[in-house]
Design a protein around this ligand. Structure first.
Ligand SMILES: Nc1ncnc2c1ncn2[C@@H]1O[C@H](COP(=O)(O)OP(=O)(O)O)[C@@H](O)[C@H]1O
Ligand SMILES: [Mg+2]
Length: 249
């Protein structure tokens, strides 16, 4: 059985907007999945379903054999989500407190919480910033803090929703490098984006969504060929006939 099993998942918001229709995906441990799609195609809704923040209208979704509907808390322990809006994820008055928040809710010992928080901050190069106010961090630092907060929960799966939005070139490079390392360290990674260029060379799989449906799913090298028909700009290197190339020099 795959780590994540999604079968015929449908979602409808209370106002009647249908955002997912019949989504079926199975994702193995260690995959690096890029979910691409235009604005409004259902990417964020799908991640929130995977994280148990939204419940399905119909269909099933399980992580590690545990149904999200039956035990959303157990699933949330395995699946960490970095939200698109980094500010909305800030909870603590200091960088250190912010990263401790997740592990505190896991009811770990103080020593274990401290070890995890410091390790997570070190992993995103925010050690030394423990006493700063999260609200005074730069956009890139906030994104890295959000990643650290999720890392400290030690999830198997990390969901990153548009992790490069509003970041300048240096911050994008740093966040990209951290995501690469998370995958190298054994996390299963799912990244959404409407702009494939930056992250596609890290992916083991490309899923394309349109109007709430999965319209393309395959190895990045082959799936990129079908992008334009779904309104997504292929990476420059693909347009130039050079295949998928790393975005970082
Ligand atoms: N809270 C909400 N209430 C009603 N409709 C929503 C809500 N959030 C998103 N939608 C709609 O659901 C669809 C999918 O949205 P979303 O999952 O955010 O797409 P994406 O992340 O790909 O941009 C869109 O049509 C969007 O307008
Ligand atoms: Mg979104």
């Amino acid at each position: 059985m795959a780590l994540i099993e999604i079968h015929r998942l449908c979602h409808r918001f209370p106002d009647g907007t249908r955002s997912l229709t019949d989504v079926t995906l199975s994702i193995d441990c260690g995959e690096f999945v890029v979910i691409a799609g235009a604005n409004g195609s259902g990417k964020t809704t799908l991640l929130k379903q995977l994280n148990g923040l939204l419940g399905p209208e119909s269909g099933t979704l399980s992580v590690g054999g545990v149904s999200v509907r039956r035990d959303p808390l157990a699933v949330r322990r395995q699946v960490g989500m970095v939200f698109q809006d980094a500010d909305s994820q800030i909870i603590g008055d200091t960088v250190y407190d912010d990263v401790c928040f997740g592990p505190e809710n896991l009811r770990l010992t103080r020593t274990e919480i401290d070890t995890r928080a410091r390790r997570a901050l070190g992993a995103v190069n925010l050690d030394g910033s423990e006493d700063r106010s999260p609200h005074h961090l730069s956009g890139g630092e906030k994104r890295r803090l959000a990643i650290a907060g999720v890392l400290a929960m030690a999830p198997r799966v990390m969901l990153l929703d548009e992790p490069f939005s509003n970041l300048d070139y240096p911050a994008t490079s740093t966040v990209l490098e951290h995501i690469r390392r998370l995958h190298e360290d054994g996390h299963t990674i799912i990244v959404t984006t409407h702009d494939l260029e930056k992250v596609i060379s890290l992916a083991t799989r490309l899923v394309v969504m349109a109007h709430g449906r999965v319209v393309l799913d395959g190895a990045p090298e082959t799936a990129v060929e079908g992008l334009e028909s779904h309104g997504i700009r292929p990476p420059c290197s693909v347009l130039l006939g050079r295949g998928i190339q790393p975005w970082l020099p």
